[in-house]
Design a protein around this ligand. Structure first.
Ligand code: ZN
Length: 132
C-alpha cells in the first residue's frame, strides 16, 4: 500500500497496523498454546506405561520413542487385535504377504528379511537415542 493510499483511508494507518499487530500476536499466542498442549500430551504418553498386551505373543506392548503405545494392527492373524513390533514383523507381515499371493516360505523369508532390516534400523535409532 502506498503512502497516498494509506493517507486516503478513513482509519489512520497506525490504527490499521496496530490491528494487524494485535491479530498477529493473537495467532502466535494461539499457536504457542497449541504447541505447549502437544508437548504436555507427548510427555504424558511417554510416562504412561502401556497397558496393552500383544494379542499374539502376550508380551507388553512397548511405547515407541515418540510415545505411541498402542502397537500395530494384528490383522489378519488376530482380528481387532493389537500386536508388538516383533510379532508385527515376524508373524503379521508374512501372513499379509501370504494373503497377497506369496507362498508361505517365500512370505516368511521376505518377512524375516524385512524384520532384520527394520531391526537393524531400529537398533541404530535406539543407539543414537541412547548416546544423546
Ligand atoms: Zn508380540
Amino acid at each position: 500500500m502506498t503512502a497516498d493510499a494509506l493517507n486516503s483511508l478513513d482509519t489512520p494507518y497506525e490504527e490499521l497496523l496496530d490491528g494487524v499487530l494485535r491479530d498477529t500476536s493473537q495467532i502466535i499466542a494461539d499457536q504457542r498454546a497449541e504447541i505447549e498442549a502437544l508437548k504436555k500430551e507427548l510427555k504424558s504418553r511417554k510416562k504412561r506405561a502401556s497397558n496393552m498386551d500383544c494379542a499374539i505373543c502376550g508380551n507388553k506392548i512397548q511405547p515407541t520413542s515418540y510415545g505411541w503405545d498402542e502397537g500395530n494392527n494384528a490383522e489378519p492373524v488376530v482380528m481387532d487385535g493389537r500386536c508388538c513390533n516383533v510379532c508385527d514383523m515376524t508373524v503379521v507381515l508374512p501372513a499379509r504377504l501370504e494373503l497377497a499371493g506369496f507362498e508361505g516360505a517365500e512370505a516368511r523369508a521376505i518377512g524375516q528379511e524385512f524384520g532384520r532390516t527394520i531391526g537393524k534400523l531400529l537398533g541404530s535409532v535406539i543407539n543414537l537415542e541412547g548416546s544423546r
